[in-house]
Design a protein around this ligand. Sequence first.
Ligand code: SF4
Length: 425
Amino acid sequence: MISLGCAKNLVDSEVLMKQLDANKFELVFDPVNVEKIDTAIINTCGFIGDAKQESIDTILQYVQAKQNSLIDHVYVMGCLSERYKSKLHEEIPEVDAFFGVNDLKKIISHLGGSFKSQLLGERMLTTPAHYAYLKIAEGCDRICSFCAIPMIRGKHTSRSMEDIISEAALLVKGGVKEINLISQDTTYYGLDLYKKRLLPELLDTLANLEGLEWLRLHYTYPDGFPAALTQVIRSHKNICNYVDIPLQHISDRILKSMHRGLDGKATRNLVELIRKEIPDVAIRTTLIAGYPGETEKEFQELRTFIEEYRFDRLGVFSYSHEEDTSAFLLKDSVSEKRKKERVEELMFIQEGISLSLNEKKVGHILKVLIDREEGDYYIARSEHDSPEVDNEVLILKGDLRLAPGDFRHVVVKRAESFDIFAELQ
Ligand code: SF4
């Protein structure tokens, strides 16, 4: 099983692996060496240019292995396959079969297995045993101009509260201490199924799960951000003071063109409200540079925005001109070179901001979760760091005996832009 793209795709891969395992298939996740496998299943990403290219390169790598008789079968599933199935079929006929994003049962029967309904809500975790992603919904009802996801993943479909809570309980019973809530738009949770936004209630219920140490929220949407959310986050010690809220831009004209549903002023107000309501909150956001028609002046506005609001965690993407999105009708006027320069300029600024924010933590005590060992260090994260995307806390091993999944209190000794060095308290 090869899983590309986002954590939502990873969860799909884990669900499939659990089913295949129950059908007595021997499974290897992200194999280093293809010789050892008969069949490769590649779960692809079809979101933006770079991610699509990575998926195609991976498919071609396994097709090559098949042509060299190193492996027997190559199957492709996920977002790229959902979006370009017929085209891919024509262009890469060596692939045995292409599946979409909702073809779990088809894949299992195609491999000669049978779908085990009794395993609903069960997965074969590929993350370290102490943390997991929990998908609360699929699809998206938003119409962001640059985004192909609604075309790929369909309408927003919330999972029932019962299903989510029982899966969370199963994860915690299995040793998971940190649950990362994900979907395309977590703040939309419940609007379809229960006709009202129920993310605060869901968080509140999950936070009462015995043994759940950290509950973290991802992919909140600024427009319609539930007011009650900040209170729930503040009222539970085990809900991380962490809000992931992609803002994408700050210019009124561009936010309007992106169909984001709120303007620059409302965006600033929301960030200020979240910070006022949750004093110790870390805000992660993502921005797009080089959107069609983005002028130097609008880019400077974006630059000033991150300099003023000093986000704790920031990702910047270069605009990708995606066919069938409404932005595709606009002229992709900013050159790839200039897009790249704008992304680098913003990330250079963020590096300085992140360093100064980390330096303020020197001497402070942090509760951290040990993720792994690497060389002379234990690598950990604070509640302000989501796995794989945010900062890390490095603890010199020396003669310490720590294990992945341990929580420890550390004193911050030294700061770098995206890493903190600390010692056990
Ligand atoms: S919220 Fe917007 S950017 Fe996110 S998945 Fe939905 S349409 Fe795409």
